[in-house]
Design a protein around this ligand. Structure first.
Ligand code: ADP
Ligand code: LRH
Length: 486
């Protein structure tokens, strides 16, 4: 039986899972799990990329100890962050984490040289100050000039394992440097950054067989015999490939992890002016799909509140504590930039509530309640915008990712969006990574077949919408808050 391995590394945690296809069912086993976070050094935030590589090696060793002698392997991580490489292949600089404050003013500066409208028309990518375009714009010019190659984080991990360099296209699209019409790097944007096309590698499609793990690594670490397959290396692209949808109805998704990514899978980009104004993006997906979606601040907010509280409560406990609180007491506008990387998320939430004349949440339960209520209200706005922009009526909302375990947030989403929510699987990203390997090997036909197989393999939970007491007053308050706080 073939073994398919997935390395999936999000901003908060990583895992290595193995999978087999038995009849119509995918069987998944988690072999290794580890935490991920960025750390501050000399006033900047960086990822520990060598540590992530070591965790992959450990995971592969565990695979071998579990009797896996040969396998295929795909890697996905979060988007937008990059690695500069010298000609000899070593790193020029540490890898900046996208929440680093150095890009906060970058969009305003860059758009003095080219308008927002032009960039959106070319790329279809929403403006987020941490997109690679803005990060490279403020990156040290000398280092950029020295860079023989620029790889995204998962491209770099593939390179460390195989010695082969490519720019996988789902992640490359989040650079905001690809032209949605030519489906190549946009020459105007490259010259604005004073970069050459040959500083990047070939743009490669998911599904391609890249090559085996370098023999010296296999020998040194006693690893299984593994062929690396390019998967959608952007975790959100894999997460959407892992949604248990046969793609027959009008469906939307929330990929619910560190970020909440709410959107639709489409076969065409939608880069109109109204889509730009609503800050919707067109990220590239596997098999000529686009993810028309919006970034919502997501569970990062509770991750930070939990961390600041000394991790005294698990995520499940925080959701339980929140369930016991009175709903909709205090609300925050999650997508305000002040929540992107505050010194203290707890204090930032409290400051927002104080300034807007709302009760100040102090306990872990009250803070968690405020976050979940506010996220669900933000999802409501985003779903309405999505339907307006695409002129579609969504009949089913899938919630996938770790947040699918949060029963309170799933129920709140069903209630406030007045839609049936299908929650799970929580490991949709690793699953999407696996199904692209299955499609690549011919074991599955396409994304539709994959969606059916996923639905057949992993339990999900349905949340029926229930009426919310005082909904009208709540929505009025939410609208007033938006006017008041902007
Ligand atoms: P990422 O890939 O961005 O690192 P994940 O998809 O792994 O994120 O999701 C992590 C999030 O899932 C956590 O921040 C937490 O809020 C949520 N989560 C995970 N398990 C549970 C649980 N049992 N109950 C409530 N929330 C959970
Ligand atoms: C989610 C994610 C998201 C990006 C952000 C950088 O992990 O990849 O799709 O916008 O991280």
């Amino acid at each position: 039986m073939n073994n398919y391995l997935a390395v999936d590394i999000g901003a908060s945690s990583g895992r290595l899972v193995s999978a087999t296809l038995q009849g119509e069912q995918i069987h998944l086993q988690e072999l290794h799990r580890f935490n991920n976070s960025f750390t501050e050094r000399h006033g900047h935030n960086y990822w520990n990329i060598d540590n992530l590589f070591d965790e992959i090696i450990q995971g592969l060793q565990k695979a071998k100890q579990n009797g896996i002698e040969s396998c295929t392997l795909g890697i996905d991580t979060w988007a937008v962050d990059y690695v500069l490489l010298h000609k000899e292949g070593h790193r020029i600089h540490e890898v900046y984490a996208y929440r680093d404050a150095r890009t906060l003013q970058a969009p305003d500066k860059l758009h003095q040289l080219i308008s927002r409208e032009d960039v959106y028309e070319k790329t279809g990518i929403q403006e987020l100050n941490f997109n690679t375009l803005y990060q490279l714009f403020v990156h040290d010019r000398e280092q950029l000039a020295q860079a023989d190659k620029i790889l995204m984080v998962p491209d770099y991990l593939y390179y460390r394992l195989t010695g082969i360099m490519v720019n996988e296209m789902t992640n490359a699209s989040t650079m905001q440097l690809l032209n949605v019409n030519t489906r190549e790097f946009d020459e105007d944007l490259l010259s604005l950054l004073q970069l050459r096309r040959n500083q990047f590698s070939e743009l490669a499609e998911p599904g391609r067989v890249l090559g085996p793990i370098l023999p010296e690594l296999v020998r040194k670490y006693d690893l299984p015999d593994c062929q690396l397959i390019l998967v959608p290396t952007h975790d959100t692209a894999s997460a959407v490939a892992g949604v248990p949808s046969p793609r027959e109805e009008s469906w939307a998704y929330i990929s619910s992890g560190t970020w909440s990514l709410l959107g639709m899978e489409r076969s065409q980009p939608l880069n109109t002016k109204t889509a730009m104004q609503a800050n919707y993006t067109n990220e590239w997906g596997a098999y000529d799909t686009y993810r028309f979606l919006k970034n919502i601040m997501g569970l990062w907010m509770i991750q930070e509140v939990r961390r600041e509280g000394g991790s005294a409560h698990s995520f499940a406990e925080l959701a339980e504590l929140a369930s016991a609180e009175t709903p909709f007491v205090s609300l925050v506008l999650c997508n305000q930039s002040s929540f992107l990387n505050p010194d203290s998320m707890t204090l930032e939430i409290q400051r927002f509530c104080e300034e807007t004349g709302q009760p100040i949440p102090h306990t872990p339960g009250a803070l968690a309640r405020c976050i979940f209520d506010s996220l669900a209200l933000s999802y409501r706005d985003a779903l309405h915008e999505l339907q307006r922009l695409t002129d579609e009526t969504i009949t089913r909302l899938h919630i996938v990712g770790g947040g699918a375990n949060n029963e309170l947030l799933c129920q709140l989403t069903a209630d406030l969006l007045e839609i049936e929510v299908q929650a799970g699987p929580s490991e949709s990203t690793a699953i999407g990574n696996i199904v692209v390997q299955l499609i690549s090997s011919g074991a599955l036909g396409d994304l539709k077949a994959a969606g059916r197989t996923i639905a057949n393999s992993f339990p999900t939970r349905l949340y029926e919408p229930q009426s919310v007491e005082g909904m009208k007053e709540l929505l009025d308050r939410w609208e007033r808050l938006k006017i008041q706080a902007t």
